[in-house]
Design a protein around this ligand. Sequence first.
Ligand SMILES: Nc1nc2c(c(=O)[nH]1)N[C@H]1C(S)=C(S)[C@@H](COP(=O)(O)O)O[C@H]1N2
Ligand SMILES: [Mo]
Length: 198
Amino acid sequence: MSLRDVTDLYREFGEERLPPGQRVTEKFPVLSKGSVPEWDPGSWEFTVRGAVEEELTYSWEEFGDLPHETQRQDFHCVTGWSKFDCEFTGVPFPELAERAGVHDDAVHVTFDALDGYTTNLPLSDCLREEVLFASAFDGEALPREHGGPLRVVTPHRYAYKGAKWVTGVTFLTEPERGFWERRGYSNTADPWAEERYS
Ligand SMILES: Nc1nc2c(c(=O)[nH]1)N[C@H]1C(S)=C(S)[C@@H](COP(=O)(O)O)O[C@H]1N2
Ligand SMILES: [Mo]
């Protein structure tokens, strides 16, 4: 599979690849609000709903048949560490949006996850090739503690915008806040502008 290197996307936001106030780590720390939720490949469902022409539901097998892409991306955690050159394989957000047919009045998106976590982003922040529903990391199935079987990655935003164990996406005509966004973390979360808290 071909590899798309998107580690230069920082040029849209700042001068430096490493956002201000971040340290590079070689490790891949785990940050979760609770324990790793159970998942059953037989009953797992992924849904696309809200302000769309057609609500979509995928089984694990059906989701695996969608067009996937591997990208080299950077990962920025709001707690201060950044990990460069992560290879994630997944379905780009615009692919799903196109299949569902997003209504003209949709402006916002929320993500749901198996552990009850939610997160939100403006639609324009999601309609980017770099926003992936990722099922593999460095060529291996995504480790469960990092959100396997499926997570969102948002290399242009702090990593709390990327729901691990994601099970669905909802298109909205009004903004809504997710788990951390309701608890004082930035709604916009641009690492180069150091938007950590709101
Ligand atoms: N479902 C879910 N997604 C989540 C979280 C979580 O607790 N539950 N934590 C978020 C936070 S705060 C961060 S920094 C990243 C951490 O991803 P990692 O554990 O793979 O490093 O996942 C984000 N996505
Ligand atoms: Mo985080």
